[in-house]
Design a protein around this ligand. Structure first.
Ligand code: NI
Length: 187
């Protein structure tokens, strides 16, 4: 089981490096890592479990955040309906992902973006595309196309940045953290 301490902090230089393309078939170790990442993100979004295991809630996690310099990430998106008894989630696994198209419209997270590797409050706007299409491979090496919008689109862009050594804080101008706010939509 993954713990918070397994996740690299922003001060760790590995988070600044570009991850390498994955070759197929996936190793048993990578498959296990992916399962652990999914479990971690899921648990982190279930209040009783996040409290029990001391997990900060997270929606996405890239291999590099565990010190594995390979181009893959997982996203666990809560899709619980209002009247549901149990929380429900959808899971995405993207290997060697590429963003192949994007909307012109840009959005940002109003309360500020977060990252499991950034353990401090950061104010400011991170411009992201409102809608994106990603091409990637699944765990069996099959090519997949995924369209995402709103929060999920932001998450995909945030995780793709990780594979290129970029953190969300890099997109914020410290001298003017709310620059261009009026040019995009807050969500
Ligand atoms: Ni992150």
């Amino acid at each position: 089981m993954l713990k918070m301490k397994d996740i690299l902090d922003e001060k760790d230089n590995r988070l600044r490096q570009t991850s390498k393309e994955v070759t197929f078939p996936l190793t048993k170790k990578d498959k296990e890592t992916i399962d652990k990442m999914i479990q971690f993100l899921r648990d982190s979004q279930i209040p009783e479990l996040s409290e029990k295991y001391g997990l900060r809630p997270g929606m996405g996690l890239s291999a590099v955040q565990l010190g594995i310099m390979k181009r893959y990430f997982v996203v666990v998106n809560e899709i619980t309906e209002e009247d549901a008894v149990e929380q429900e989630f959808e899971t995405y696994i993207l290997i060697n992902p590429k963003m192949i198209s994007n909307s012109l419209e840009q959005i940002y997270v109003e309360e500020g973006e977060g990252c499991l590797s950034v353990n401090r409050p950061v104010d400011g706007i991170v411009p992201r595309y409102a809608r994106v299409t990603f091409e990637a491979y699944d765990t069996e090496g099959r090519k997949i196309h995924i369209r995402a919008r709103e929060e999920l689109a932001i998450c995909f862009q945030h995780e793709l940045d990780h594979l290129n050594g970029i953190l969300f804080t890099d997109h914020i101008d410290p001298k003017n953290p709310f620059k261009d706010k009026d040019k995009m939509r807050g969500i």
